[in-house]
Design a protein. Structure first.
Length: 377
């Protein structure tokens, strides 16, 4: 994969956000009472179901206990649609799942009108990324962020995110958090202002805090110039490649992370489209996601997957590498069990007939044919 060089000076967008936040702070554009009430209702609704699932673990939304053995957290489960007006995107947000995750897990369910009574799969089971379990890890192909809080060992948090679309790809590399800004103003980059002007829709130099601000109410700046982890005023896009390189989160998730993420925390921006890991019961699982084209380079997905599985399996497991190949060629984020108690039993090949018996059958056919031919003559 390509590792881009990190630059530690302030970039124009990050600096503009910080300066604008201090300049326009006293004149924040506040949402109306009705908007605030609606936002609160959406946030409460969005967190309710995921918190109910976590209640069994007595953990908040997105929090999981690190396994004592293995690499897997969470569980798959299903919910039944009760509200006919509810979309698959609404359900995803309530359960802390992103757009692409819910779509791939439910390929036959309508995105906009799943329909009352429809069962929806919630793919809330994850193989931890192949990276040191410290600080923040963002797996770009997976469109998911993992946080290992130093002050709460034994816990990992995970949230869906949006990353940069192809022409504004989020870079790969190691960086750290710097400044946190609440109710930030936003300075659209020059490229965006030019594009808007070309469409006849000139963009403002500064967008003040408020419902029209694409950064949402919380922003965490990175030492990598011009890149941030922030909220959004368009949460329906979380879990897609839609940003100009920044990491977007659901408003309720960035608010929670903002309060607890110390400045100076390590951030690992990585691209691991294929993951493998052990479950606590000794099952070896793999997961595969669509790879980001800009990080392909000389990277061979199948070879990487085979090497990763071989490294984990060592000599203790016989693996069907045809399943690995199928997972790489059809990346949909689903868990595939390669070995162990949860793996499907290998298909039994039919036992060949003994040679002597086959010869006897052939001899019988030849004798019968000979007699018939002679009779006809």
């Amino acid at each position: 994969m390509n590792i881009r060089k990190n630059i530690t000076r302030w970039g124009p967008t990050s600096l503009a956000v910080l300066l604008a936040a201090s300049l326009v702070g006293p004149v924040y554009a506040q949402p109306s009472a009705e908007q605030a009430e609606n936002t609160a209702a959406i946030t409460d609704d969005a967190t309710a179901s995921a918190e109910q699932v976590a209640e069994a673990q007595e953990l908040p939304r997105g929090h999981f206990r690190l396994p004592e053995h293995g690499d897997i957290i969470g569980e798959y489960y299903t919910v039944t649609v009760e509200d006919p007006e509810e979309t698959l995107i609404d359900i995803a947000r309530r359960h802390n799942i992103g757009y692409e995750e819910i779509r791939m897990a439910n390929p036959d369910v309508s995105l906009w009108v799943p329909g009352k009574g429809t069962e929806v799969v919630i793919p809330a089971r994850y193989i931890l990324p192949p990276a040191p379990r410290e600080g923040v890890v963002v797996n770009l192909s997976e469109l998911r962020l993992y946080y290992y809080p130093a002050d709460n060992p034994g816990i990992v948090e995970t949230y869906p995110v949006s990353v940069g679309r192809e022409e504004f790809a989020t870079p790969v590399g190691i960086t750290r958090t710097t400044v946190k800004v609440k109710d930030p103003a936003w300075a659209p980059p020059a490229s965006m202002r030019r594009e808007a002007a070309a469409r006849g829709e000139p963009a403002p130099a500064i967008v003040p805090p408020g419902p029209d601000n694409p950064l949402g109410r919380h922003a965490i700046l990175l030492a990598m110039p011009s890149y941030l982890i922030h909220g959004t005023n368009r949460p329906d896009g979380v879990g897609m490649r839609v940003s100009r390189g920044c990491i977007r989160m659901y408003p309720e998730d960035i608010e929670s992370l903002y309060e607890r993420l110390p400045s100076g925390t390590k951030v690992n921006l990585m691209d691991a489209p294929f993951k493998a890991g052990w479950a606590a019961d000794g099952t070896l699982f793999v997961q595969s996601y669509p790879q980001l084209e800009e990080n392909v380079g000389n990277f061979e997905p199948l070879l990487n997957a085979i090497e990763r599985v071989s490294e984990l399996a060592e000599d203790q497991a016989e693996v069907d590498y045809e399943q690995v190949k199928r997972a790489v060629e059809a990346p949909d984020g689903r868990f595939v069990a390669l070995y162990g108690p949860q793996a499907p039993a290998p298909e039994q090949e039919p036992e060949p007939q003994p040679t002597q018996q086959l010869e006897g059958i052939l001899e019988g056919v030849e004798l019968s044919t000979t007699v018939r031919v002679e009779g006809d003559a």
